[in-house]
Ligand binder design. Structure first.
Ligand code: SF4
Length: 97
C-alpha cells in the first residue's frame, strides 16, 4: 500500500462558499458560483495536513480524503462461483424438479 490520498467532494451535500478553497488553495479552486473545483484530486504528502484541516472545517461534511491504493495494490475481485448443474440448487426448486 502506498498511502496515496485522494480528495473527494460530495457535490450533493456541498453548500458552496468555499471555506475549503481558502484552506487548501493548492488543490481547490472555486467556480463562478462559489462551489469547489478540484483540479488534481491526488493529495501530495506535503499537503496532507492542510487537506485534513480543510476536511475538518467543512461545515456539512462534504469534503473527505480517501486512501487511494494503486491498482496493483488492490486485492483481486472475487471470482464468480462456477454454476453446478444437476445439483439441488434453488433454481431446480423454481421449476418443480
Ligand atoms: S467547505 Fe464543504 S461546504 Fe464549503 S465549499 Fe468546501 S466542500 Fe463545500
Amino acid at each position: 500500500m502506498t498511502g496515496d490520498r485522494t480528495l473527494r467532494i460530495d457535490r450533493a451535500a456541498c453548500t458552496g462558499r468555499g471555506l475549503c478553497a481558502e484552506l487548501l488553495p493548492e488543490l481547490i479552486a472555486l467556480d463562478e458560483w462559489g462551489y469547489p473545483v478540484v483540479g488534481q484530486p491526488a493529495v501530495p504528502p506535503r499537503l496532507r495536513a492542510h487537506a485534513r484541516r480543510a476536511v475538518a472545517a467543512c461545515p456539512v461534511l462534504a469534503l473527505r480524503v480517501d486512501r487511494s491504493p494503486r491498482d496493483e495494490d488492490r486485492p483481486a475481485p472475487p471470482r464468480p462461483r462456477p454454476r453446478q448443474y444437476g445439483t439441488d440448487d434453488a433454481d431446480d426448486a423454481d421449476i418443480g424438479t
